[in-house]
Design a protein around this ligand. Structure first.
Ligand code: 5GP
Length: 129
């Protein structure tokens, strides 16, 4: 079954299209965090960002860069922030969110790095590189 974003690309579900080329599609998020919140997707259906091929990943971010610059000019925001989650829709999408202050897209509460665990998790990650 096609993802909801593939259905949007196909025109089966309406959207406000910001950009389209042969490999990418960008459209307004239906539940925007701020005005202009845009999603940039590869047309190829892949669930997780880092499962894209390296050239696909680079091209997707280059596309997002062009769109983010246009958004910054259009919305006159201070910063376009970005995140990639995918817990709701398993089709890669980069969130581009115009912001003027941290409160526009607050980060969750953070802890303090525990040196003992930092050593362990660093070693665990390095082991797989
Ligand atoms: P995530 O998967 O990164 O957690 O979030 C998915 C995002 O897709 C959400 O911000 C949600 O508002 C957006 N979204 C989900 N369904 C639709 C849709 O049918 N149309 C549009 N334009 N956005 C959608």
């Amino acid at each position: 079954m096609a993802s909801i974003f593939t259905m949007i690309v196909r025109g089966e579900i309406p959207c406000h299209r910001v950009h389209e080329d042969d490999k990418h599609f960008a459209f307004l998020d239906i539940n925007p965090i701020t005005r202009g919140h845009t999603l940039v997707i590869p047309k190829r259906e892949v669930d997780q960002l880092f499962d894209l091929e390296p050239d696909e990943l680079a091209e997707l971010w280059t596309c997002a860069q062009v769109i983010a610059k246009a958004m910054k000019t259009a919305t006159k925001c201070a910063r376009v922030v970005t995140c990639v989650m995918g817990y709701e829709v398993p089709h890669v999408h980069i969130h581009l969110i115009p912001t003027n202050e941290l409160e526009d897209f607050p980060i969750p509460p953070r802890g303090t790095l525990d040196p003992a665990d930092a050593d362990a998790v660093t070693a665990a990650i390095r082991q797989h590189l």
